[in-house]
Design a protein around this ligand. Structure first.
Ligand SMILES: [Zn+2]
Length: 398
């Protein structure tokens, strides 16, 4: 087993539970002594210590960056009025949910839910729970009283129902794109997005606006956003190169919608993009056959389709599709280096999906040749998502 794939946490957990199972104190000590002599135990111990050191170092690094930012860029901290409004809407929805929605639930629905907890699996209820990826099987099999379980089911169902309402309210509304007029590489970003995703699919993505600030770099430290003019950022990077890892190219808020505890109702959310300064698309292996002068444009467009794909994954990949997708991803090699950085992260399957959409919409041949099964999954489940084709109205760029 290579060091990289050795899960020291799992090893230690298993050892701990093995020792726990043994009631005899003397025997417990024996197991521990025997294991301590093994190579595996020593490896797990070393990895645990190393992880601790890395954590401490990154804590210290964050502290240094934060001190520097507070000293020099305090005036660049960003309180985006759109985000403040978004939080207000979510808070209002929470109140309304408690004081109105819950009180007005029909007796019919309550009866159905109670029957559901008793084993009567109504197909429509299952479909709603799957839509919000609610794990009802674990809930029903787990501990807790019937009333608490019924309440959790009810909340999940109401949340799921609010998705269709939100899509309905979003009908015929175009997504507001702004800031793209300042970047000659992607003047046609909105047309491009509507062409590759299709208006109906975009409506289901519940996006309020796509805002691009090509002249600003977003540095996030401890949850604080510093919006820096590009030249100011470059100065900082000269002094502290590690700030590079805190640079955010894009931001979406889908997780606010999918978090059942936070948001009680689906709402429209914005997507933000920041400067691509310092990005090196020429180093990406999937661009190897793309002409040099076209790489940056495709990279930028791909970053937008990646972010939009987060919405597709969050709202339109139900529990059944996810099961299929996870199996497929687990037997596939990393599709991009970026996706690879999420291999041990809980968002792994999200990022594999969004990177797949990036490839499909910017280098479709690369995806089809190297990952035919993944490409097929996308075609089967989201036939609306189209491959990249050079934009005719912008031929001077290409
Ligand atoms: Zn992503």
């Amino acid at each position: 087993m290579s060091e990289k794939n050795f899960d020291y946490k799992q090893y230690r957990d298993e050892l701990a539970s093995e020792i726990k199972k043994e009631s005899d104190k003397e025997k417990r000590r024996e197991i521990l002594q025997r294991t301590q002599g093994t190579e595996e135990y020593q490896k797990a111990k070393r990895l645990k210590q190393e992880t601790f050191v890395v954590k401490q170092e990154s804590k210290a690094q964050t502290e240094r960056l934060l001190q520097y930012a507070q000293k020099h860029y305090e005036e660049c901290t960003n309180f985006d009025p759109d985000i403040v409004e978004l939080i207000n809407v979510i808070n209002k929805n929470q109140e309304k949910f408690k004081n109105e929605t819950l009180l007005n639930v029909s007796d019919e629905l309550i009866d159905k839910i109670i029957a559901f907890t008793e084993g009567n699996r109504d197909e429509r209820i299952i479909a709603l729970l799957k839509r919000v990826n609610f794990d009802y099987k674990s809930l029903l099999a787990g501990e807790g009283d019937e009333q608490t379980k019924a309440r959790a089911l009810l909340e999940a169902i109401l949340k799921a129902q609010s998705y269709n309402e939100a899509v309905e309210q979003n009908r015929n509304k175009e997504i507001d794109f702004s800031g793209f007029e300042n970047d000659p590489d992607i003047l046609d970003a909105k047309d491009f997005i509507y062409r590759v995703f299709d208006a109906e699919l975009l409506q289901k993505c519940l996006i309020s606006k796509v805002k691009y600030a090509p002249d600003k770099i977003n540095v996030q430290i401890n949850g604080i956003d510093y919006m820096l003019p590009v030249d100011v950022y470059i100065e900082w990077e000269k002094v502290m190169p590690e700030v590079k890892n805190r640079k955010f190219r894009a931001e979406s808020f889908v997780l606010w919608n999918t978090d059942t505890n936070f948001s009680k109702k689906f709402i429209l959310t914005p997507v933000y993009f920041y400067s691509f300064c310092g990005e090196q698309p020429e180093q990406l292996n999937y661009f190897i056959h793309i002409p040099e002068k076209e790489k940056m444009r495709r990279y930028k467009l791909g970053t937008i389709t990646h972010e939009i794909a987060h919405h597709v994954y969050a709202y339109l990949m139900d529990a059944d599709k996810r099961t299929q997708w996870k199996k497929l991803v687990d037997r596939t090699q990393t599709i991009t280096e970026y996706a690879n950085s999420y291999v041990k992260h809980k968002l792994k399957y999200d990022e594999f999906f969004t990177e797949t959409v990036r490839l499909k919409t910017t280098v479709p041949d690369y995806l089809k040749t190297n990952f035919p099964e993944i490409d097929q999954f996308l075609t089967d489940n989201f036939p609306e998502i189209k491959s990249y084709s050079p934009c005719k109205t912008n031929s001077d760029v290409l």
